[in-house]
Write a protein of this length. Structure first.
Length: 137
């Protein structure tokens, strides 16, 4: 049913929540896991590239660490580090990789920020043609 699962990571406690939830499902379904982190700091947003800023180095190390962790547990895992608008990139990556499920941890509401800008989870939920699993951290 879920041959390939895209898991959005943002280097926060929400990552542990979604990974803890996905592991048993992925094991049972023998799913391939694709981790994605969308860099959205100053360099990524304004220079439209994955340069070697300190932020990018840390993002890459974190993503590689999580990928190795899952591989050591026997999962078929890969990782994507990209930049730009997180919600748009997540939807695009899931479609490109032909994923059957998008899994995301959520932080809950940020009040006025969510009203004005919306949230990544809300955008993904409304724009994706692929089922979305949201787990609150």
């Amino acid at each position: 049913m879920y041959n390939r699962i895209l898991i959005s990571l943002d280097n926060s406690p929400a990552d542990d929540a979604i990974l803890d939830h996905i592991r048993p499902l992925a094991k049972m379904m023998k799913s391939q896991l694709t981790l994605i982190h969308v860099a959205d700091g100053f360099q990524a947003r304004h220079q439209n590239q994955l340069g070697e800023s300190e932020e990018m180095r840390q993002d890459r190390e974190y993503l590689e660490k999580r990928e190795k962790e899952l591989r050591s547990e026997g999962f078929d895992a890969s990782a994507i580090l990209t930049w730009g608008d997180p919600s748009q990139r997540i939807v695009e990556a899931a479609e490109t990789a032909k994923c059957d499920l998008i899994a995301m941890g959520t932080h809950g509401h940020r009040l006025i920020g969510d009203i004005i800008y919306g949230s990544v989870a809300t955008y993904v939920r409304h724009r994706s043609k692929i089922p979305v699993l949201l787990v609150r951290a």
